[in-house]
Design a protein. Structure first.
Length: 330
């Protein structure tokens, strides 16, 4: 008998004593039960303050994983589901985005920013971004969608810019005797292919893409932070800033700690006490045993996500801070 046919029976045999002896029911397939509210403090208050983590790579590609290994939902999916649930709860009086990220893809960053803006417009609930260790590039793009941007005294902020990563392997191909036989409808159809040298024309075309996407980032920051373009131009060159430098350059509103931010929200909303909450998926889903890890991405998985993005065939346009990247074509 083949192993593939024996595997389901082996699972049943392994779990049979547990099931029969303890009367425990286990579902081996992922289930959709929706996000569940977890109270962190202030359970006796009717005024809710929702904390939303925005951590790791800001992306829009969901990894569902496989049984017993799990996966994680992307940032866009997580934020959309969270804000949808919050918009249906009239007791949610404020939202805090807990940001700790070096950024991510251009499109995902813009989509999360748009979701935050739409939530604010439709619900009139104030949103404050609180930057932890890092709020750079695409993560900073997301944060400026909030009503205020706070940072810890030791936060790293900024990196306003675009970077495109592209790897060429033509030299390796020549060494090991591999020939590229790709065909295309035009000379620029394969622009950025790792199998072909990049021409000066290719570089200029890519630089045009970068300039256009950078201008969008620039305009978003200038408009939301109310920084005149001529002033912003001098600080939006891709560099990162300490919290104090960012405050001086008007990239953030305040430096403080979470308790101070919550007290600020109390004064803003004229309430004495908040029920501080967050949303999580049901137990089996949140542990990643048979489902996704929506609210708490695994750092190793996030690192793999970034590595996969940077090494995929063809260029990757990113709002992402990585040391050594200056936003131009190398």
């Amino acid at each position: 008998m083949k192993f593939g046919m024996r595997f389901p029976r082996m699972i049943l045999l392994c779990f049979a004593p547990l099931l029969l002896g303890s009367c425990i029911s286990i579902n081996l397939l992922p289930t959709e039960k929706g996000l569940q509210e977890q109270v962190l403090s202030g359970a006796d208050s009717n005024n809710k303050l929702l904390l939303i983590p925005v951590k790791g790579f800001v992306g829009d590609q969901t990894s569902k994983g496989v049984p017993f290994l799990g996966g994680h939902d992307d940032t866009v999916t997580m934020i959309r589901a969270t804000l949808r649930k919050a918009s249906r709860d009239p007791k949610v009086r404020g939202v805090v985005l807990l940001i700790d990220s070096a950024g991510g893809s251009v499109t995902a960053s813009d989509r999360v920013y748009h979701l935050i803006r739409e939530f604010k417009r439709k619900s009139s609930v104030p949103v404050i971004a609180m930057i932890g260790d890092m709020g750079a590039s695409g993560a900073y793009y997301v944060s400026v969608g909030a009503d205020e941007v706070w940072a810890h005294p030791t936060s790293v902020v900024g990196s306003i810019g675009v970077v495109i990563f592209n790897v060429g392997i033509t030299g390796l191909m020549q060494k090991i005797g591999i020939e590229d036989r790709s065909l295309s409808s035009g000379p620029e159809k394969e622009m950025g292919s790792p199998l072909k040298p990049m021409s000066e024309k290719d570089k200029k075309l890519f630089q045009g893409l970068i300039s256009d996407l950078y201008q969008q980032f620039f305009d978003i920051v200038s408009r939301n932070r109310q920084i005149p373009p001529d002033i912003l131009k001098g600080i939006a060159d891709g560099r990162i800033y300490t919290a104090r430098q960012a405050l001086k350059n008007h990239l953030i509103d305040r430096i403080g700690y979470r308790d101070e931010l919550i007290d600020h929200m109390k004064r803003l909303m004229h309430v004495d006490r908040f029920r501080v909450i967050r949303y999580q998926e049901p137990f089996l889903a949140s542990t990643g045993l048979f489902g996704s890890q929506t609210m708490s991405p695994d750092p190793l998985s996030e690192a793999g996500h970034i590595a996969g993005t940077l090494t995929q065939p063809g260029p990757s346009l990113l709002y992402l801070w990585i040391p050594g990247a200056d936003g131009s074509m190398k």
